[in-house]
Design a binder for this molecule. Structure first.
Ligand code: NI
Length: 163
């Protein structure tokens, strides 16, 4: 277990499309464990593999009970409604902006054992799924921001917005 360096905006790695995970092995487990440590240390709500320099399709997303769900080879298979909300990103420190996302999404993904699951989420969790899966396609939330917010409006309690 170790804390990995978080890649910041401006690094080309954040703009590249990630390849699928094909090997569910010790190397993957170490990466996932390190991402848990890194995300906990950074007080974030989500972290995608390219943010630690790995161009593979996997991410951690904070879910309803505030634990981190590991999603491997995730895909959004259904979207419903619309919501406007604030987002931040651990790769874009100190910035927050308003982004439109679906209110509800269903995601299909594999766990670290390679087993497939489907999960439907609403509100903030739906937003977090969209944000992380965008990272896997080389997209940052900043491409979707309609309005930047004053960082002074955010308190310690809002640190979980960073993903
Ligand atoms: Ni992010």
């Amino acid at each position: 277990m170790a804390i990995r360096n978080i890649v910041k905006v401006g690094d080309d790695i954040l703009t590249r499309k990630c390849r699928p995970v094909t090997d569910f092995n010790d190397r993957l487990f170490t990466l996932l464990d390190d991402m848990h440590d890194t995300l906990t240390d950074a007080h974030g709500a989500g972290l995608a593999a390219p943010q630690v320099g790995i161009l593979r399709r996997l991410a951690l997303v904070m879910v309803e009970d505030e634990s981190f769900l590991e999603i491997i080879n995730p895909e959004i298979i259904a979207r419903e409604g619309e919501q406007d909300g604030a987002e931040g990103c651990l790769s874009v420190p100190g910035k927050y902006g308003m982004v439109k996302r679906p209110m509800k999404v269903t995601v299909r993904y594999q766990d670290r054992g390679g087993e497939w699951h489907e999960r439907t989420a609403e509100g903030f969790t739906a937003r977090a799924f969209c944000h992380e899966i965008d990272h896997l396609d080389g997209h940052l939330y900043t491409e979707l921001v309609t309005e930047y917010l004053d960082p002074d409006d955010f308190t310690e309690d809002d640190e979980g917005e960073d993903q």
